[in-house]
Structure formats: C-alpha cells, structure tokens
Ligand binder design. Structure first.
Ligand SMILES: Nc1ncnc2c1ncn2[C@@H]1O[C@H](COP(=O)(O)OP(=O)(O)O)[C@@H](O)[C@H]1O
Ligand SMILES: [Mg+2]
Length: 293
C-alpha cells in the first residue's frame, strides 16, 4: 500500500507564499483538504501530482522523492484537476478509450475498464452522447471516471464537486466513499458537507498552512467551548448577528434561534453547544471571508 510523505513542502509565486512548509504523512484512506479560496489547496495538489515543483521541500512516495520516481509515480496516480479539460465533440466512451490509451492501459483491458468506469459513475446510458451535451454534474462524473481509469493507488481530486447540485453532490460522495480503502484519496473542497462524513482525515488549510487536522470528530472538538446557542428577541438577534459570527439563524415563533461561534460568551443566557464542522469552518475562516469581501 502506498504512503506519501510531505517534508516541509513550500511553493512561492514571486514573493507570495502559496504553500508554506507543509509536512504530512498520508496513508491509505480519504483525506479532505478544506479551506477557503486562495488557501493553497490547488497549489499543494498540483505538487502532489508532480505537475508543479516545490520551491523547497520534498514529496516522497514509499520513501523516494516523486521527482526521482517520475513515470513510475505517475503510473500510480489518478488526477482530476480543478479546471478539467475534455474534448466536447468526443462521446464519453470515446474520450475514456482515448485516455486509457494515453495512460497505457493495455488494449485488452481498456474496453472493459472503460465500461466499468462508465457504470461506476452512472454514465453507461449516455456513453455515446457528445460531452458537449452533458450537464456540469455529468462532466464532473466523467472527470472522476477518467481519474480512475488506471485503477490508481493515489487519487487526487481538486474541487470535484464544484458546480454540482445537491443531488449530484450526494452521488459524488457515494462514489468516493465506495472506493477501495487501499487507495490514498486526496480531495480538496471549500464545502464542509463534501468531506464531513466521508473523510478519514480532514485537513483545514489556511494561508498555505495546515492549521488543524484529524478525524471529523477531532477537528470539531477543536471548537469545543466556542459554539453558543441563544433564543433572542428580534432586536437582540439583529445586534448579535452584526457583532458575532453566526453559523445558524432561524425564526422560532416570536424569537430567533441563533448559533454563534465566539471565543467568549456572546450574551447572558447563551448556552454552550456541541460544535459541528460548519461551526469550525466559520471559526477559522470568518475573518478571511471578511477580508476577501
Ligand atoms: N500560477 C500562479 N501564479 C501566481 N500566483 C498563484 C498561482 N497559483 C496560485 N497562486 C496564488 O497562490 C495562492 C493559493 O492559490 P490556490 O492554490 O489556487 O488556492 P486554492 O486552491 O485553495 O483556492 C493564491 O493567493 C493564488 O493567487
Ligand atoms: Mg483551488
């Protein structure tokens, strides 16, 4: 089984540090990199694929630098880039057969493998249609199918759910969680529910660093004592909403239920609540969300 080690992996773009000395050990399982836009997820994933060189630091697969392994490493890899390119005039089937050839999947195996993948992502019925007639969700599913063609030991998916509707998101999650537990699956997203229940490890990424990592439980525990619930009068609710980070707000009769993420008790009568991953996300990224507004 593969093992990836990132050893102080850093990437600069001119004087901007996109990825800042990230050290990690990735074992088989699903690793969800969660962070706001600009956190450095794509840059890190591109380095993990070997398409971008670190400015410094090293990525090792089973003990050897991936740049030394080169083709041998790419052979283990499946990659769905954030901007996934395809040929609009190809049918789904022809496109996958073409890519199977590019990835040196043996001819005898290719046809069968293409059908398996089309089935896995639920596109068998549409395999003869041109890709340009596909919805965003179908294109993403085709993207996952192409990344899995060579049965990779390491699967890297960059924002695989972007542009998907809720039903397609669920479908995608089910495809990912059904994959073999022997693969290292690395996926990036800025949407908490993409990874909350399927990732073995969640890694919160902010300004080029991993600021928190662990199981969904471990990560949510890091916000223990910082999530509050309060039933407010409408005027109070408005004031609190202006003053604090509010992760949920709903009307309950003549009161307003507020869920507030704050280091200190937001108001008298507020009670501590069990944090969820959404609350944690708000806790770490609120400040950044305001900066980027
Ligand atoms: N090719 C590039 N040239 C210059 N700056 C880049 C390049 N790629 C990424 N960046 C910068 O690096 C930072 C991280 O970007 P990125 O890795 O795309 O983050 P994410 O995928 O989390 O949104 C951003 O500030 C972005 O502008
Ligand atoms: Mg990105």
């Amino acid at each position: 089984m593969p093992q990836l080690v990132l050893d102080r992996v850093t990437r600069h773009f001119k004087n901007k540090i996109a990825v800042d000395a990230v050290s990690l050990r990735l074992q088989p399982g699903i690793h969800g990199f969660l962070g706001a836009n600009g956190a450095g997820k794509t840059t890190l994933l591109r380095m993990l694929c070997g398409v971008l060189k670190p400015t410094s630091g090293e990525i090792r697969c089973n003990g050897t630098d991936i740049r030394v392994l080169d083709g041998e490493y790419r052979y283990l890899l499946g990659y769905l880039p954030q901007d996934f390119g395809y040929y609009p005039d190809f049918s789904a089937k022809r496109y996958l057969e073409y890519l199977a050839a590019c990835k040196a999947v043996p001819d005898a195996l290719a046809k069968e493998r293409v059908q398996e993948m089309l089935h896995l992502v639920g596109l068998d019925g549409e395999q003869r249609q041109k890709i340009k007639s596909f919805s965003g969700g179908m294109i993403r599913r085709l993207g996952i199918a192409q990344a899995l063609l060579n049965d990779p030991e390491i699967l890297i998916l960059d924002e695989p759910t972007s542009g998907l509707d809720p039903k397609e998101r669920i479908r995608f999650r089910n495809i990912i969680s059904a994959l073999s537990k022997e693969k290292i699956v690395i996926l990036s997203t800025h949407i908490v529910s993409d990874v909350e229940f399927i990732a073995d490890q969640i890694l919160l990424m902010k300004q080029g660093r991993i600021i928190e990592k662990g199981s969904s439980r471990d990560v949510t525990d890091s916000a223990a004592g910082k999530v509050w619930e309060y039933l407010a009068r409408p005027d109070e609710a408005e004031r609190l909403n202006g003053e604090f980070s509010v992760s949920n707000l709903r009307n309950e009769g003549d009161r307003v239920y507020l869920r507030i993420v704050s280091d200190r008790c937001p108001c008298q009568g507020a009670a501590l609540a069990q944090p969820g991953l959404e609350d944690v996300y708000l806790y770490y990224f609120e400040e950044l969300a305001e900066e980027t507004l």
